[in-house]
Structure formats: structure tokens, C-alpha cells
Design a protein around this ligand. Structure first.
Ligand SMILES: [Zn+2]
Length: 325
């Protein structure tokens, strides 16, 4: 077992008979610069090797028969088990499954999305990476899906502020005067007891603000043992039975009993309007998922690329129909 420093990535590695270094676990301490990133992943082989080591940290193992011998079919980048002949690719079962986009483009996209607080629109990404708008848009949607699925594994706990907010105005293609469409969003953020720091965040678009949508949001995203703080609206009336304690505040002008949730709503509005210039209602939850994902990992900036890449490899492929529905 040894620790090795390569391209600012810390590898805890071990040697096998083959004398080959293998990644066992990794933690990046500092965020990578664009130059460092470029040095680390300057070829398709660099990216493929990185994914190989993430998928099979202790060397190839066949998912069907657990055999560890394989042969590589180079023309199709397939790994074939020498025992049962089952074929698998580096990206099978992930959002990158059967992708025709080079791995380097995926890596750059994940790096830029993970590390830039302002996020990227499909247009800015297509210009930066020299790819088509359509390719950029599809990758972004898939990455946002993986972000949402990753955050769905966690529930908020402890002290939680909750509120509702309206986002957006006239959506794309809608004629002036025919009405504005505002997205309704339920927001909950956990904080420490003295409210000095916010911890984790959930934001979900809902059809309406009512008792049913509030109850379903709380049951799905908050632990039963938490203490929830809301304003005095009657949509929150039935929360007593779902959590340990429900504290209601009557909001008076000048008073701010729910400071974090209000700050976050305002930041999220700037993110959405600043990055995307107008709301695409259909994919609005994706923007919220991206905002929450980055917020929830703001203290692990140096690990964001690895974490997001792992999330992208860990979730199943999304079909075109699912992306556009
Ligand atoms: Zn096998």
C-alpha cells in the first residue's frame, strides 16, 4: 500500500503481480486548475483508464461470473470476460452508455459543470468546447438527472427551514399578454442549531402550493425526527404529524425568522436568470437539481469532479424520451 501524488490527485494504491498501480481510493484536496485538468486528461486513453480504475478499483471483475481475466476488443472498446465471454463497456449502465461523444468531452463538461458555481447553459458549453448545441444540451440534461438522483439518496435532518417561492416570468415562445407562467417551488434547508451555517438543501417544483404537495415533499425529503420551521400559511398546518416538531412563525416586516431559506431563494433566482436567460419550464427541475447539488457540496470543491463523475457512472442511461418528456 502506498500513497502517490500524480497530477494533484492523491491515489492510495497497491501493487499486484502485474506491477501495475491501481487506484484504491482517491481524494483531491485542492480544486484542479484548467491547466492541471488538461494535463491529467489530455487523451481518450487517460479518460478511459480513469473510468476503468473507478469502476474496477481492484482490477477487472466480470459482473456475470466474477472472473478477473478479460480481453479488450479495441475497435469497440469492449471488455470481454475470458471465462463466460460476457461483454461490457466502460460506460455500460451509466448515463454515458452507448455515447458517441468522446470521453474527453464528457470529462470537460463534468469538470466545468461541477466546478463553476455559475453553471453553464448548453449554448455557453457548446461554444467553450466546440461541440453542437444539441450534444451540449443532451449531456447537460443527463448530468442534471444524475445530480438529482444522487441527492435523492439523502434526507434533511435536525433543524429545517421551509418555504415556498415563485420562479420566472414569461417562458420561451410565449406571446406577451397571454399570461405569465411562474414555477412554484418548495424549498427546505437544514441549518445548525444557532443558524450560523446552512447545511443541506432540497428544492422541488410543484404544481400547486397546498397541503397535499407540502406533505408529500416533507415525507419524501425530510427525516421524521427533524424540527421544521415555516411561516404561518395554512398549507403547513398538517406538518405536526410528519415531523418531531413544527414551529410556525408569523412573518412581520423587518423580522427574518427564516433567514437561510430566503437567502437561498434569492441566490437560486439569480443563478437561474443569470445562467439560463429565461426559464425552460419543462426542464426547470433540472436547473434546481444542479443548484442544489452544487450547494450541498460547496465545502468539498476539490472533490467535485470525482464525485460528479462517479454519480454519472453510477446511474442508468436516460433515454431521449425521458429527457424531452
Ligand atoms: Zn464472466
Amino acid at each position: 500500500m502506498a500513497i502517490e501524488l500524480t497530477h494533484h490527485l492523491y491515489y492510495i494504491s497497491y501493487k499486484k503481480k502485474s506491477n501495475r498501480w491501481k487506484i484504491f481510493a482517491m481524494a483531491q484536496r485542492e480544486p484542479m486548475s484548467l491547466f492541471q485538468f488538461h494535463q491529467s486528461f489530455s487523451t481518450e486513453e487517460d479518460c478511459a483508464k480513469y473510468i476503468f480504475d473507478l469502476r474496477w478499483p481492484k482490477g477487472f471483475i466480470c459482473s456475470k461470473c466474477q472472473n478477473d481475466k478479460y480481453s479488450l476488443i479495441k475497435s469497440r472498446l469492449l471488455y470481454q470476460c475470458k471465462s463466460c465471454r460476457y461483454q461490457t463497456s466502460l460506460t455500460s449502465g451509466s448515463i454515458m452508455h452507448r455515447t458517441r461523444t468522446p470521453l474527453m468531452v464528457w470529462f470537460w463538461t463534468i469538470f466545468l459543470i461541477g466546478c463553476d458555481k455559475r453553471g453553464h447553459s448548453a449554448l455557453s458549453l457548446s461554444k467553450k468546447l466546440g461541440i453542437s448545441y444539441w450534444v451540449a444540451w443532451t449531456m447537460l440534461q443527463k448530468i442534471r438527472k444524475a445530480m438529482g438522483q444522487q441527492d435523492a439518496n439523502y434526507r434533511l435532518d435536525g433543524l429545517v427551514e421551509m418555504d415556498e417561492g415563485y420562479f420566472g416570468g414569461i417562458s420561451k415562445g410565449m406571446k406577451r399578454g397571454r399570461g405569465t407562467t411562474k414555477s412554484k417551488v418548495l424549498i427546505a434547508v437544514s441549518t445548525d442549531v444557532d443558524k450560523k451555517h446552512a447545511k443541506f438543501l432540497k428544492m422541488k417544483k410543484v404544481k400547486n402550493f397546498n397541503k397535499t404537495t407540502v406533505e408529500s415533499f416533507v415525507s419524501q425529503h425530510l427525516n421524521h425526527g427533524c424540527t421544521i420551521q415555516t411561516d404561518g400559511l395554512n398549507i403547513y398546518e398538517s406538518l405536526n404529524s410528519l415531523v418531531k416538531e413544527h414551529q410556525k412563525f408569523i412573518i412581520k416586516s423587518g423580522a427574518a425568522p427564516l433567514p437561510w431559506v430566503h437567502t437561498i431563494i434569492s441566490n437560486a433566482k439569480s443563478f437561474v436568470s443569470g445562467t439560463f436567460h429565461g426559464l425552460d419550464q419543462k426542464h426547470f427541475q433540472g436547473y434546481l437539481d444542479e443548484f442544489c447539488y452544487r450547494f450541498n457540496r460547496r465545502f468539498w470543491e476539490g472533490q467535485l469532479f470525482n464525485r460528479l463523475l462517479a454519480a454519472c457512472l453510477g446511474y442508468p442511461p436516460t433515454t431521449y424520451a425521458e429527457l424531452t418528456q
